[in-house]
Design a protein around this ligand. Structure first.
Ligand SMILES: [Zn+2]
Length: 405
């Protein structure tokens, strides 16, 4: 005889109802029943329970003109339930409070000394800007720590070549110890951006890749609609995929890594070298490579600066080479390019496409759409909150000190 655990069924159904309301704000009980294929009575009782727990609010009758009684609209409780998101980058810490409907309520940014920061300092920031800001009876559903790094679920270590942390760090366990009563999730930044793009831009393709081009380069892959290998999205280290086995040595140990050839610093170095060797008249010729950013180069391209145009073409050629290899391995339907790299604009995009078509596995490459990300600079923190709500939030238990990696 199979024993069915009623508690698990209830949690699953509550979560389905809650997630559907989150994805379709204003949905009625009748529509919910239709979409979840649960009976109207079951839906009503689950919705009542979610309202009683303050996860959901009844927004009253809708304005749609219809004959007879107008259905009541349901929303997740954006005013009383929150997620705290800590966006940790090379520049500092951004603490953001996000309502469960994914609206940003409050945020603060603090820079820190990259060489001498301490875990206590970070905990204080979180305490001051997130924990103490959740007033009265309001509920903090969870805390997400977003890092531009790989998070190893086995050793519970953060491995990063972008933020300054020690190799054998204990950041995960120390933060968990400090916030022991709150569920804490550690998430990779590219995974959060990718999830925001998938949800908020309504991506229909079930196999897609999000490539984040910043100082470093990262990628998150979705296969059959789900993160490839876990919600922290770290199935690959795409930035350390080699595109030149004789290339320069990377700090990861490999040679000719993508990140060395395509990231923002790489573009600066290329421009500097090209200006020195071939284009001394370039508008970028006397700018130190460190100050040459994606948008600086884009402005020069708009001015028809030959040095900038050549540098962008070279980066596009290398990026296309890497993307074509990714296509041969995973055969995605869509590739989205995000991060500051998107500032390189139309010329960069057209060069990438041209190079992809001239070198790749033609049949596969022809079937891939390539475009820039549509979500804005808040995508990372909103994506983190949404991953937490969809993948980790447990409704039937009081929030306890779970750790999600
Ligand atoms: Zn590398």
């Amino acid at each position: 005889m199979k024993i069915v655990n009623q508690q698990i069924i209830k949690e699953t159904n509550l979560k389905r109802i809650y997630t559907t309301i989150g994805n379709e704000p204003g949905i009625s009980r009748a529509q919910l029943a239709k979409e979840t294929e649960l009976s109207r009575a079951t839906v009503s009782s689950l919705v009542d329970e979610l309202i009683r727990m303050r996860f959901v609010v009844d927004g009253g009758a809708s304005d749609i003109n219809s004959i007879g009684r107008r259905p009541n609209m349901l929303f997740v409780n954006d005013a009383e339930t929150f997620i705290g998101v800590v966006d940790w980058t090379g520049e500092g810490i951004r603490c953001v409070i996000i309502g469960a409907g994914c609206t940003i309520v409050k945020e603060s940014f603090s820079t820190f000394d990259l060489q001498n920061w301490s875990i206590d300092e970070i905990c204080n920031q979180i305490d001051q800007n997130i924990i103490s800001e959740i007033k009265g009876d309001n509920i903090l559903l969870g805390l997400c720590i977003v890092v531009p790094a790989m998070i190893d679920p086995v050793s519970k270590q953060i491995i990063s070549t972008v933020i300054n942390i020690e190799e054998n760090n204990t950041i995960v366990s120390e933060l968990k110890k400090k916030f022991k009563d709150i569920p804490v999730a550690f998430l990779n930044d590219t995974a959060c951006l990718a999830y925001a793009e998938k949800i908020f831009s309504n991506i229909r393709e079930s196999n897609f890749v999000y490539v984040n081009i910043e100082e470093g380069v990262g990628a998150t892959l979705f296969m059959n609609g789900e993160f490839l290998r876990g919600s922290n999205g770290m199935a690959t280290q795409f930035g350390h995929f080699s595109i030149d086995r004789n290339g320069p040595k990377c700090r990861c140990g490999n040679r000719g890594c993508f990140e060395l050839m395509v990231g923002e610093n790489a573009l600066g170095h290329r421009v500097e070298q090209l200006a020195k060797d071939k284009f001394p008249e370039s508008v970028l010729a006397h700018i130190p490579s460190k100050e040459i950013k994606f948008n600086t180069v884009r402005q020069a391209v708009n001015l028809k600066d030959e040095c900038a145009i050549t540098a962008v073409s070279m980066v596009a050629e290398d990026l296309a080479f890497g993307l074509n290899n990714l296509i041969s391995l995973y055969n995605p339907e869509l590739i989205v390019l995000g991060g500051r790299g998107a500032q390189l604009g139309d010329y960069f995009m057209s060069e990438i496409k041209k190079n992809m078509l001239s070198n790749g596995f033609t049949r596969l490459v022809n079937n891939v759409s390539l475009r820039y990300a549509k979500q804005n600079e808040n995508a990372k923190v909103k994506g983190a909150a949404k991953i937490y709500l969809d993948k980790f939030l447990v409704i039937t238990e009081n929030p306890t000190g779970d750790l999600f990696i």
